[in-house]
Design a protein around this ligand. Sequence first.
Ligand code: CDP
Length: 212
Amino acid sequence: MIIAIDGPAASGKGTIAKRLAAHYGLRHLDSGLLYRGVAKAVIEGGRDPADRDAAVAAARAFEPGRYPASALKGDDVAKAASQVAAIPQVREALIAFQRSFARTRPGAVIDGRDIGTVIAPDADVKIFVTATPEERARRRLLELQGRGEAADEAAVLADILARDARDTGRAVAPLRQAPDAHLLDTTHLAIDPAVRAAIDIVEAVRAGRKPA
Ligand code: CDP
């Protein structure tokens, strides 16, 4: 089984994807880490993430697992990731890895921006996870504070809105809900009920029912 989870920053898609994978015994891939890894390599090489040639070279030389996830979590890396992710050749260089991950038995849950639309358009179940920008900013702020990073709510919201605009506005593989994806709005859902709602969607699709 392949489950595609897409949605904007801090919508809860990563946690939902991880928990769904554990629940169904599937492998999990956070595809954002691939773009973050490319961005990190560009920055480490002293180049600008907007530098097309540097970003494409880094994507073509990409090795999964080069950086631990903890080294890729920062908002500076997230911002650079959304810059490199807008370059078509960067996305192209990362497609084969994602598709082969999806195809490997027993199947996978992959979360990102274009999983249901580009990477796995034939996924068995597609879920588009969303929440209002204000709620997503509140969550991101709590996460930053939890890591002991100083942050300002207005700045975090501005960051989220800028990244949403870049992700939905880019020409190639923009963030959007696939026509056959099920919408899961987590604005008023804590993580446990959100995961429950995602499992209910998967179960309904597998049983050939229309999710509630
Ligand atoms: O966790 P968060 O949603 O903040 O970020 P992420 O999922 O790690 O993604 C970081 C950036 O990578 C996003 O803003 C996108 O620009 C890009 N990305 C993408 O273009 N396509 C994907 N499948 C995953 C991430």
